[in-house]
Design a binder for this molecule. Structure first.
Ligand code: SAH
Length: 372
């Protein structure tokens, strides 16, 4: 299956949209703020007239604006410290062509309204949309100073080619055959290598890149830590197979184009490709309960409700996961199963007895410099 046509998050600003359900990823971007600021500060010390950046896999919603504002503020802060006029900034927003670019362009008017023409230390900002897959070339040679990407690079360019059926699963799990796990890793290797190769051409010498992706800390990608969110979705679809609502062959042929890489796998690939040095590489976890507590604290309508963040937690998690995979599930199984499958998913999440510490998204962030 060619992901370029089918992979995108739910568009718009409605209840089911990625925009309304991407708070966890936003918290992840905030955890990498320091790495982004350090990269921008280093770039500003080379006095560029224009700083050209790209946010790859930007999707649409608050996180797109969050990345832009972290960069703009970091430029303003560094130029103030240096006592210099800030460089102008061009922010290229990239995603697959089916992404809801319109919603971003409308929301961007807010940032532009605040920063058009620049104030004393606020840089002038310009935005463009760049549709296309970042596993290929999307910018001219040596045209970028800074590349950012968050929560996108775990999506593979295609469903891995499997020699065996991943029976009862839609991602890697303890019952997944070795060959299936290997095929996912090999697809990730191929994709991440192409990503680095393309960026090595597009980023100028000394340019920076900060990449954050869903990853893992365990050796084996089939461990529970990595399949915590996907295993219950497989269980929900499998229930529907037993009830005759989904064809077994359809279930057998569905595997998410996804891979949770470990920091070691990432550093090995960066070294093998050879164009970048690693400034920083770390993993951190985003606990769902902490995210839900913060979300409820910010929601005035929840002020008088119980302050137990577990109330409504699984409904919010199910909505967040649905916002990300609904188009893929609908394309493979048809739209008719969507409400049923995600209602079951929520129930399974809620009733599952397993290690609560796995109720988290493990993230890996790597900060890179293009060699001279
Ligand atoms: N960066 C945002 C959005 C992450 S959602 C955030 O941190 O919240 C992941 C996004 O990556 C989706 O919008 C998806 O369409 C995009 N994506 C996945 N594969 C891609 C590819 N090959 N090229 C460009 N974008 C891709």
């Amino acid at each position: 299956m060619d992901m370029i046509k089918f992979l995108h998050m739910n568009g718009g600003n409605g209840d089911a949209s990625y925009s309304s359900n991407s708070g966890l990823q936003g918290a992840g971007v905030m955890k990498t703020k320091r790495a982004i600021e350090q990269a921008i500060s280093a770039l500003c010390h080379n006095f560029p007239k224009t700083l050209v950046m790209a946010d790859l896999g930007c999707s649409s919603g608050p996180n797109t604006l969050l990345v832009g504002s972290i960069v703009i503020n970091a430029i303003a802060k560094t130029s103030l410290e240096m006592g210099l006029e800030p460089p102008e900034v061009l922010i290229n927003l990239n995603d697959l062509p089916t992404n809801d670019f319109n919603t971003i362009f409308v929301a961007l008017q807010e940032i532009k309204g605040n920063s058009a023409n620049g104030t004393h230390h606020q840089p002038s900002c310009y935005f463009t949309g760049v549709p296309g897959s970042y596993y290929g070339r999307i910018f001219p040679m040596k045209s970028l100073n800074f590349v950012h990407s968050s929560y996108s690079l775990h999506w593979l360019s295609q469903q891995p080619q499997l020699e065996e059926i991943n029976k009862g699963n839609i991602y890697l799990a303890s019952t997944t055959p070795e060959s299936v796990s290997k095929a996912h890793f090999e697809q990730f290797q191929k994709d991440f290598f192409s990503f680095l190769r393309c960026r090595s051409k597009e980023i100028m010498a000394g340019g920076r890149m900060v990449l954050t992706l869903a990853g893992r800390t365990t050796d084996d990608p089939r461990d529970e830590e990595s399949n915590y969110i996907w295993r219950p979705l497989a269980m929900a679809i499998e229930e529907m197979v037993y009830e005759g609502l989904v064809e077994e062959a359809k279930f057998d042929s569905f595997n998410l184009p996804w891979y949770n890489a470990s920091p070691k796998e990432i550093s090995n690939l960066v070294r093998a490709e050879g164009s970048f040095t690693i400034d920083q590489l770390e993993s951190f976890d985003l606990q769902w309960v902490a995210w839900k507590r913060k979300k409820d604290d910010n929601d005035a309508s929840k002020l008088n409700e119980t302050d137990d963040p577990r109330v409504g937690l699984y409904s919010d998690v199910a909505k967040a996961i649905r916002a990300g995979v609904e188009p893929l599930v609908a394309n493979h199984f048809g739209e008719a199963i969507l409400d049923d499958v995600f209602t079951r998913y929520e129930k399974i999440l809620k009733n599952r007895r397993c290690n609560k510490e796995y109720e988290a998204v493990i993230s890996v962030t790597v900060s890179l410099t293009r060699k001279m």
